[in-house]
Design a protein around this ligand. Structure first.
Ligand SMILES: N[C@@H](CCC[C@H](N)C(=O)O)C(=O)O
Length: 289
């Protein structure tokens, strides 16, 4: 009789995740295991893995245990670790609600980017306090084929390069990471967003994510895009004292981003659990051997 491990599948604006509940951090999930689970042909399939662990049971999160019971141990589709995943933390909260670990209202979740407050609303939307954006100085150029654009550095805990383009098709097939200059700009890699205007305080984007490739949505990316667009539009809530809200269309839906005068950014969108099942521990052991 083989050993079975429970998993769920969920998405936020079609940024999809394999969710593995492991409260006591008992599973061995090295990068190759995360990549195998996220593999769309030989595994379950997802842009990333949400490993659900009690903060107290994880060495990277124990210091946050007093503030947040649960730690989102997020991995990209290639198994690499990232500081933060905005859609992931909303789906993570939805899982906690489904499992009976959270109810409608506010919930603290520990992440590698610190403790985030997530609000599970009655209407099904999930809002997360994403913290403040940093806008490191430095000229960066992103290119696709013959075209290139200046890109704005925005750090949402993880790195983003935001390029305003005339047409989202100019980003090409995004099968590979768009090259940037200077080549040394992002020693740890970068998520690249391509943005077009849709209307007043309304944009659309495509993204190539570090460690996952092109995805249908990226929450930290949408926040980076909202902040970069606001600054391009000459809007800074810290100066005006008034919050500003941008609607960001992604291929998988729509996210609403509000930046407050103190710099705090909130992101709202849907988060859905679509399936629940079990995989064979032996399959994963076989993949790893
Ligand atoms: N899809 C995520 C971002 C995941 C991490 C990213 N690929 C990175 O490596 O920084 C989101 O919704 O924010």
């Amino acid at each position: 009789m083989s050993t079975r491990i429970a998993f769920l599948k969920g998405h936020g604006t079609e940024n999809d995740f394999v969710i593995v509940p492991d409260p006591e951090n008992a599973l061995d999930l090295p990068p190759a295991a995360a990549a195998a689970l996220c593999d769309r042909r030989a595994g379950i399939g997802g842009d990333g893995l949400l490993h659900v662990v009690r903060s107290a049971a994880h060495p990277e999160a124990a210091h946050m245990a007093a503030e947040a019971e649960w730690f989102m141990d997020y991995r990209n589709g290639d198994g690499s670790v990232a500081e933060m995943c905005g859609n992931g933390v909303r789906v993570f909260a939805r899982y906690l609600q489904r499992a009976g670990h959270a109810v409608e209202g506010d919930l603290a979740v520990a992440t590698r980017g610190g403790v985030k407050t997530v609000h599970l609303a009655k209407n099904g939307d999930v809002t997360v306090g994403m913290g403040r954006a940093l806008l490191p100085e430095g000229d960066v150029e992103v290119s696709v084929g013959e075209r290139s654009w200046p890109a704005r550095n925005v750090n949402m805990g993880n790195p983003h390069a935001v390029a305003f383009v005339a047409d989202l098709d100019h980003a090409g097939d995004l099968y590979t990471a768009p090259p940037f200059r200077p080549a040394t700009a992002y020693p740890d890699g970068v998520n690249v967003e391509f943005v077009v205007d849709r209307g007043p305080r309304h944009v659309a984007m495509r993204v190539h994510e570090r460690g996952s490739g092109e995805t249908r949505s990226c929450g930290t990316g949408a926040c980076a895009v909202a902040v970069a667009t606001a600054r391009r539009d000459g809007v800074d809530p810290a100066v005006t004292g008034t919050p500003v809200t941008y609607t960001v269309d992604v291929p998988g839906g729509t996210l609403v981003i509000t930046e407050h005068p103190d710099g705090e950014i909130e992101m709202t969108g849907p988060a859905v659990i679509v399936a629940e099942g079990e995989f064979d521990a032996e399959w994963l052991e076989g993949v790893l051997s």
